[in-house]
Design a protein around this ligand. Structure first.
Ligand code: KIV
Ligand code: ZN
Length: 517
């Protein structure tokens, strides 16, 4: 049996389906490129039949990702599989992942079918998917609570029908490591054709055991792990990619297993996903939390200064966290910024040096010293600026204070027109929001969540505003950054409004397609 573990990333499918607001096609593409750089073997890009937006994203990812295999999810239904095949056919290499529930409670209560009928549907779905590709994965949803005899039977039937990967999900995160490892062991002992497929696992984290259960499974012979960046996913989430990858890397001495992950990309990918998905990472989170490599107690600090491995089992550098050795100020030249970006793990085509340097100088003028997290934030915000923006802020002035009515003046570009507007509010930010919403004339918009974070330390830290807005029954994310809190909030609102504009445009195109225009 091979020692290579395939990492199947489902951030864009299982992770995305748990977000308050869905990602745009552009945001999903950005994450897909980051996953490719990280070295994941398979990217589950979405569930094409679920919405036109998901279909578009899967197609765009299938078109542009060249090194990882792109996968789409489908229920065991012909229309789902056809949508997957249609979205994926532009890919260099692709996989169709079809699934049906197999536990007694799901089969009888949710599907209201017999075990035999479900088995027939599974076999038919795998055969149908094989018309599009040789690479078909079949999942037994809620396998963790499925009767083992039936799990063996349906696994054998799906392999005979042509599935090359059989995925065993612990959909509700119910099993314990010994129990879940035992299920995998039993499949290897009892399914006669098991050697014709790769066994995969997909563990949820309801009891905090997703990573432990995935590890127990590979110790029993599973060779694919389904996981997500920062462990995002339904409810308590999925097995965290960064954790399982670093377990396999750090304890290769014990486990003897390898992955294709380029661990130096972990930190950057984690930040990107956290920012775009509006999902903060807890500071004590293993591998990617802000405190994962910081030592607080005097005894620990003393130990680390004498020998790093007294209290560090892996280095921060191994996951892409580099310590800044250069003082970056407005006197630093372009080549210094380029050099620092390379040290941070970025390649030349990951950023536009001219724009980054201009933004850097502007920030350095405001802050004095610029830190790594500032540079990374500038690159991130440069990347998420939409190519085609309907709304752009040209001017902002907000005033507030004791015994004054907070007011704001904004000047906006809307399409080709530039319009000015003044408004008041209960604070300067609300005043600016009122002015923007008045000037854009968008009525169906409601702000449902607003978060303010600081990027960095001290009073001159950058303010990051993440918000969620509801528009025509759908939720949209927005994020904005500035040394000024009001400006950060305004940038976040304009980001959301541009996304609503793009969504309207995609819907219009779809309507025109349906009407044959
Ligand atoms: O948790 C689950 O069972 C799933 C399947 C669709 C693989 O996400
Ligand atoms: Zn899942």
């Amino acid at each position: 049996m091979s020692n290579q573990i395939l990492l199947f990333d489902t951030t864009l499918r299982d992770g995305e389906q748990a977000l308050a607001a869905s990602l745009t096609v552009k945001e999903k593409l950005q994450i897909a490129f980051a996953l490719e750089r990280l070295g994941v073997d398979i990217i589950e890009a979405g569930f094409p039949v679920s919405s036109p937006g998901d279909f578009e994203s899967v197609r765009a990812i299938a078109q542009q990702i060249k090194h990882a295999r792109v996968c789409g999810l489908a229920r065991a239904l012909e229309k789902d599989i056809d949508a997957c095949g249609e979205a994926l056919r532009v890919a260099e290499q692709f996989r169709i992942h079809t699934f049906i529930a197999t536990s007694e409670i799901h089969v009888s209560e949710k599907l209201r079918k017999s075990n035999d009928a479900v088995l027939e549907m599974a076999v038919a779905a795998v055969k149908h998917a094989r018309k599009y590709t040789d690479d078909v994965e079949f999942s037994c949803e809620d396998a963790g609570r499925t009767h083992i005899d039936y799990l063996c039977r349906i696994t054998e039937a799906a392999i005979n029908a042509g599935a090359k990967t059989i995925n065993i999900p612990d959909t509700v995160g119910y099993t314990t490591p010994t129990e879940f490892g035992g299920i995998i062991q039993t499949l290897f002992n009892r399914v006669p054709n098991i050697d014709k497929a790769t066994i995969s696992v997909h563990c949820h984290n309801d009891l905090g055991l997703a990573v432990a259960n995935s590890l127990a499974a590979v110790e029993q012979g599973a060779r694919q792990i389904e996981c997500t960046i920062n462990g995002i996913g339904e409810r308590a989430g999925n097995c965290a990619l960064e954790e399982i990858a670093m377990i396999l890397q750090t304890r290769e001495d014990l486990l003897g297993l390898q992955t294709n992950i380029n661990s130096g990309e972990i930190s950057r990918t984690s930040k990107l996903v956290s920012n775009l998905c509006n999902m903060p990472v807890q500071s004590n989170k293993a591998i990617v939390g802000a405190n994962a490599f910081s030592h607080s107690s005097g005894i620990h600090q003393d130990g680390v200064l004498k020998a790093q491995n007294t209290y560090e089992i892996m280095t921060p550098e191994s996951v892409g966290i580099n310590k800044n050795s250069l003082n970056l100020t407005s006197r630093s030249g372009r080549h210094v910024i380029k050099h620092r970006m390379h040290e941070l793990g970025y390649q030349d085509d990951d950023f536009d040096l001219t724009r980054l340097y201009d933004d850097f100088l502007e920030l350095a003028d405001k802050k004095g010293q610029v830190f790594d997290y500032d540079l990374e934030a500038l690159v991130f915000f440069d990347q998420i600026k939409q190519e085609e923006t309907q709304y752009e802020l040209k001017y902002l002035h907000a005033s507030a204070g004791q015994s004054v009515i907070p007011s704001a003046t904004v000047e906006m570009r809307i399409g080709q027109q530039e319009i000015k507007q003044v408004a008041i509010g209960s604070g300067p930010l609300e005043a600016a929001y009122n002015a923007i919403l008045n000037v854009t004339g968008i009525e169906a918009f409601e702000l449902v969540d607003f978060k303010l974070d600081s990027k960095g330390e001290g009073a001159d830290a950058l303010a990051q505003v993440s918000l969620i807005g509801e528009y025509k029954g759908r939720k949209f994310n927005g994020v904005g950054l500035s040394t000024d809190i009001v400006e950060a909030g305004v940038n976040a609102l304009i980001y959301v409004l541009n996304n609503t504009y793009l969504a309207d445009k995609i819907d219009q195109q779809k309507q025109q397609k349906i009407a044959g225009i």
